[in-house]
Design a protein around this ligand. Structure first.
Ligand SMILES: Nc1ncnc2c1ncn2[C@@H]1O[C@H](COP(=O)(O)OP(=O)(O)O)[C@@H](O)[C@H]1O
Ligand SMILES: [Mg+2]
Length: 284
């Protein structure tokens, strides 16, 4: 069958409902597309359903009502091999993902399993490690890596298999502020320079406006809002309703505008934007 995939979304998610065996309804009424080359955020507080949603999108959870299309194919009808050629999930805890003794062995596992020859495997491992700035760590024991380094090796493992779509579960959780920033820089680089489509689940409201094309807010298993970050972040009270808050800088400008009647036209989400707005207002 001929397929129009050029303009089709890479992932089209439409989940009517999913509940765990104990009856917990973890997802309901979820509908969104991930377009080729996008960097998409799923923002939600703890327990909002982020991990569950990523597992559905990776084909791990199948017993939901609804449909997830990967390049137009129902993901439940694809073999694991077909799915894993395209989509990979980076778990929140790298220790759940890494299992080999050394960095190179771990990253080599996927491509070797896919049947590539040793020379090709070696090349893929080298390229993947260099993409995540871990080129010098090939022979190092996994146990001796920092948490952030382990997360990078997990990403390398998927890149080495040639994944074009990365799903990341809280990739900045557990990292220090510099590590958070470097992780976001790495993901932005993979997205912009390597063309990797990225879906990232997070509760990091201060980080997301800086990097994302699209943001969806998940609350109690439902998508309550979606769009470009500047449209999604609204009033503090609405964010509090979904157990989130505005980015700190946005909160400050919001209060200046609404409580102190300071003349701001719109609410900047990043320090850079706020700086420009403030300088503009300070001009005499
Ligand atoms: N294996 C499971 N069995 C039953 N309930 C679960 C299971 N895993 C998660 N849940 C529940 O599903 C909801 C969503 O969880 P999760 O997707 O882990 O949220 P998040 O990743 O946003 O913290 C929560 O209410 C959680 O308690
Ligand atoms: Mg989670």
């Amino acid at each position: 069958m001929m397929k129009e995939i050029v303009d089709a979304p890479r992932l089209a998610v439409a989940i009517e409902t999913f509940h765990y065996p104990d009856g917990t309804v973890a997802l309901s009424g979820i509908r969104f597309d991930v377009e080729r080359g996008q960097f998409v955020g799923i923002l939600g507080s703890n327990g909002s359903g982020k991990t569950t949603l990523l597992k559905v999108m990776d084909g791990i959870i199948k017993d939901y009502d609804g449909q997830v299309l990967l390049d137009g194919d129902d993901i439940r009808r694809l073999s694991p091999r077909d799915i894993y050629r395209k989509v990979g999930l980076v778990f929140q805890n790298p220790d759940d993902q890494l299992f080999a003794h050394t960095v190179a062995e771990d990253v080599a596992f996927g491509p070797r399993n896919m049947g590539f020859g040793e020379q090709e495997v070696g090349e893929r491992v080298r390229n993947a490690l260099s993409s995540v700035d871990m080129a010098g760590y090939a022979g190092k024991s996994i146990h001796h890596l920092s948490f952030g380094q382990k997360k990078r090796v997990c990403i390398a493992g998927l890149l080495a298999m040639g994944h074009e779509i990365l799903l990341l579960d809280e990739p900045t959780a557990g990292l220090d502020p510099m590590g958070e920033y470097r992780m976001m820089e790495l993901l932005t680089r993979l997205n912009r320079d390597n063309g990797v489509t990225i879906v990232m689940a997070t509760h990091s409201v201060d980080l997301v406006p800086l990097f994302l094309h699209r943001l969806h807010i998940l609350s109690k298993g439902e998508l309550v809002r979606g769009g470009p970050p500047e449209e999604v972040f609204t009033a503090p009270a609405e964010m509090a309703d979904v157990k989130l808050r505005l980015p700190h800088i946005a909160e400050l400008i919001y209060r200046l505008k609404h409580d102190d009647k300071a003349p701001f036209d719109h609410i900047p989400l990043t320090i850079g934007e706020a700086r420009r707005e403030i300088l503009e207002r300070l001009k005499v």
